[in-house]
Every structure is written in structure tokens, then in C-alpha cells.
Design a protein around this ligand. Structure first.
Ligand code: S3P
Length: 428
């Protein structure tokens, strides 16, 4: 598609859609709990619809009306044997968390996904799950399809995680809920804690001490109402749009601000970006974020900050192209195993537009500020790369920016292009 170029004065409000991580978990917890779970603000995007499809295929009754979802949970023991392998599309969260969850269930399931999923490492969840006595396998030990055999008696383990990954942690905690004895997970770095929050919300018991999480299984969970805030990872594209386009101010109400997800706010402030937080709702961990066009300086993004902004690194790289000085992103090797290799793809696509970005083995070095020019760019089927390139094109003064594979944005944000156009006052 042809992207909008040469924009300033982006003004207005965007209500970004529901948090992807929380939406996935709301369906999963609703399915294994007892009673009717009500989800408000569910993210209706391809990834979360994959989770919904999975649990419906397991016989869970789910009523889906827009952003309202009702899940009639009867415990994991009620899951029905699916007749065919289940397609989870592009969703890494679905396949990794569901593998942990289903390892302690009563049915045999095969999970597969698209070409990107088939290249992403699954050994990181299979190895510890096998230690718990799960019967989980793939043909070559690391790549989907994953075969999960039910009716196994799982036992808790103590597991020191070799990677900082909320998906691996969550898979083990979900398995631990249906295992005998104690499951202890020790994180490499603190990652998003929506699973821990939801275990507590659904009446489960777990203990968190720093990076050590402990729970005793088996546990019986009770249905709840889950109110999903807007996704800070989606808001990030508009945060950066407002900061880098002249005379702009963008207001983003109801954005989730869990401390495990707000690394981008810290980075914007480090770079002298103007961002305010108002209307904070402590219970729902959400707030209104307002960004204003700012004169930015380079920074370093590393260490324990990385898991708190892992999905925002492509858009942070774009932000850094407009800052004066050299921004260094390191300790971000996990970017190589996302929907694409985001180290390579971020650098190569932005460099096509005139950015000056070097890749390293664990990150990016971005020399700024650089003007950006027209080019033919490609999302490579990665939703966050597609949205980042659409924001980059706002800075192009003349010519035409063509984005290939733009439909990928529907993985997490189907209305992205319409919401962007609404700030400009043009309809697509
Ligand atoms: C997610 C965890 C992160 C993140 C992904 C969502 C989650 O993945 O990149 O988009 O919901 O748990 P990793 O656990 O692989 O870092």
C-alpha cells in the first residue's frame, strides 16, 4: 500500500485496542477456571482470535461480541479431544502458553502455525516442560508443529530460566497450576507479569519474591471479570509519531502502564521527549499518555530495561533516527527470534529510507538525526515492522513510500491505518 507522507500537526485522541498479552491470558484463564469469565476490551485481532479459536476447538463455550467476550469455563478436565491439528496462525504467545497449559490437560493436541511460527524456537518451553514429565514434542525438538499428549501427571520443578521470556515463564506457571507439588521459576530478568497477576485475580495462590516465582499445584481457579486496558505496545507507534512530527500533540487514553511494560516511557524521558501521564487508574494499571513534538537526544537502551520494552524496539529505533547523537541498543538478542529477525529487518528497512543504522550481535547502533526519504519498504509479514514503517513515512517530504505486506498489521492492530489517518484528518 501507499503510505501517507510529509505530515505535521498530528492532533487528537487515539483509543488504542486492548492489550494483546492480557487478552490472550483472559481467554486461557477463563477456559481453565470454573464459571463465567467476562472479558471487556478484548483485542479483536488475528493473534487473540487464534487463542479464541484454539479454546473453542477444545470444546470451551465462548461467546464473542466485539470487544466483549464471555468464557464459560468448567476447568481443564472438561476439555474435549479436538479432531484435527489446531492452527494458531502467527501467534507465539498462543502456542507457547497453550503448550504449557495443555501439558497438564486431558487431551492430545497438535498445534501448528504459519511460516514465521515454524521458524521460532519452541525448545525453550519444551525442555522445562519435559522435566515436569510433560509429553510434548516436535519433529526436530525445536520447531512447530508441537504435539502435546494429555493425561500426564506433571510434577513441579525448580527452573532457572536461561532467557528473559514472559512466554516461557507463563507456560511453566500454567503447567504448574496442574502439576503436583511446587513449581519455582527463577527469571533471568523480570518480564511482563500479567500471568502472575491473573493467577491471583482468578483466586490462585503464588508467591513472587524479586525474580523468583513459586506456586503449588494443583489449583482450582474461579471465573472473574477481566477489564483489558489499551496496549502500550500499540500506543508506542502513536507516541513516537507525536514526538517526531512537527507541531504535534497526541493523547492516548486508557493505556496499560504495568511497570513491567513501561520501558518505552523511561526511554522517551531519557531522550528528552515530552510525555505526560494523567488519569492514572491504579487498580486497572492504566492511564492517559500525552506526547508532544520534542527535540530528542540519543541514549543507551540495555540490561533490565530490554524486557520492559522488547516489542517497542523497532519503533524506538525509528525514534533514535530523529535524535541527535548515537543511540546504542544492546542485550536485545531476543529480537532475532521474534516474528522476524527484528535486528536485521529494522535496520535494513529503515536504511532503505536513508537512516544510518548498524546491526550488532545483540542490538542496533543508530546514528541520528537523519532525514528519511521515499522508498519501497516491506513489513516482511511482521505487524510491528509494518506499523513502524508507516510512522517513518510521515517524515518523508516528497515522493511515495510503498509498504509491501501491509496487511500484517492485523495481527495486533487491524484499525491501525484508520486510527493514524484520523490524526491527520484524512480518511483512507
Ligand atoms: C509476550 C511476551 C514477549 C513479547 C510477546 C508477548 C507475552 O515474548 O515479545 O509479544 O504475552 O507473554 P517473549 O516471552 O518471547 O519475550
Amino acid at each position: 500500500m501507499k503510505l501517507l507522507i510529509n505530515q505535521k500537526k498530528l492532533q487528537g485522541h487515539v483509543y488504542v485496542p486492548g492489550d494483546k498479552s492480557i487478552s490472550h491470558r483472559s481467554i486461557m484463564f477463563g477456559a481453565i477456571a470454573h464459571g463465567q469469565t467476562r472479558v471487556k476490551g478484548f483485542l479483536e485481532a488475528e493473534d487473540c482470535l487464534s487463542t479464541l479459536h484454539l479454546f473453542r476447538s477444545l470444546g470451551v463455550e465462548i461467546v464473542h461480541e466485539g470487544t466483549d467476550v464471555l468464557v464459560n469455563g468448567c476447568g481443564i478436565e472438561s476439555f474435549k479431544q479436538p479432531k484435527v491439528p489446531i492452527d494458531i496462525g502467527n501467534s507465539g504467545t498462543t502456542i507457547r502458553l497453550a503448550t504449557g497449559l495443555l501439558a497438564g490437560g486431558p487431551v492430545d493436541v497438535t498445534l501448528y502455525g504459519d511460516a514465521s511460527i515454524a521458524k521460532r524456537p519452541m525448545g525453550r518451553v519444551l525442555t522445562p516442560l519435559k522435566e515436569m514429565n510433560a509429553s510434548v514434542s516436535t519433529q526436530d525438538g525445536n520447531y512447530a508443529p508441537i504435539h502435546i499428549k494429555g493425561n500426564q501427571t506433571l510434577t513441579g520443578i525448580r527452573y532457572q530460566m536461561p532467557v528473559a521470556s514472559a512466554q516461557v515463564k507463563s507456560a511453566l506457571l500454567l503447567a504448574g497450576l496442574h502439576a503436583k507439588g511446587e513449581t519455582t521459576v527463577i527469571e533471568k530478568e523480570k518480564t511482563r507479569d500479567h500471568t502472575e497477576d491473573m493467577i491471583k485475580q482468578f483466586g490462585g495462590k503464588l508467591e513472587v519474591t524479586g525474580k523468583v516465582i513459586r506456586l503449588k499445584g494443583p489449583q482450582r481457579l474461579i471465573a472473574q471479570t477481566v477489564v483489558v486496558p489499551g496496549d502500550i505496545s500499540s500506543a508506542a507507534f502513536f507516541m513516537v509519531a507525536g514526538l517526531i512530527t512537527k507541531e504535534s500533540q497526541i493523547v492516548l487514553p486508557n493505556v496499560g502502564i504495568s511497570a513491567t511494560r513501561t520501558g518505552i516511557i523511561d526511554v522517551i524521558r531519557q531522550m528528552n521527549g515530552h510525555l505526560t501521564i494523567t488519569n492514572e487508574d491504579k487498580l486497572n494499571k492504566s492511564a492517559t499518555l500525552t506526547v508532544t513534538n520534542s527535540s530528542l537526544k540519543a541514549t543507551t537502551v540495555e540490561g533490565k530495561l530490554i524486557p520492559r520494552l522488547i516489542d517497542e524496539l523497532p519503533i524506538i529505533a525509528l525514534l533514535a533516527t530523529q535524535a541527535s547523537g548515537t543511540t546504542v541498543i544492546r542485550n536485545a538478542e531476543e529480537l532475532k527470534v521474534k516474528e522476524t529477525n527484528r535486528i536485521d529487518v529494522t535496520a535494513s528497512e529503515l536504511n532503505k529510507m536513508g537512516a544510518n543504522i548498524e546491526t550488532t550481535s545483540d542490538g542496533l547502533i543508530i546514528h541520528g538525526p537523519t532525514p528519511l526519504h521515499a522508498a519501497v519498504v516491506d513489513s516482511h509479514g511482521d505487524h510491528r515492522i509494518g506499523m513502524m514503517l508507516a510512522i517513518a513515512s510521515l517524515l518523508v517530504e516528497t515522493g511515495q513510500v510503498e509498504l509491501k505486506n501491509s496487511e500484517a498489521v492485523a495481527v495486533s492492530y487491524p484499525r491501525f491505518f484508520e486510527d493514524l489517518a484520523s490524526l491527520i484528518g484524512e480518511k483512507q
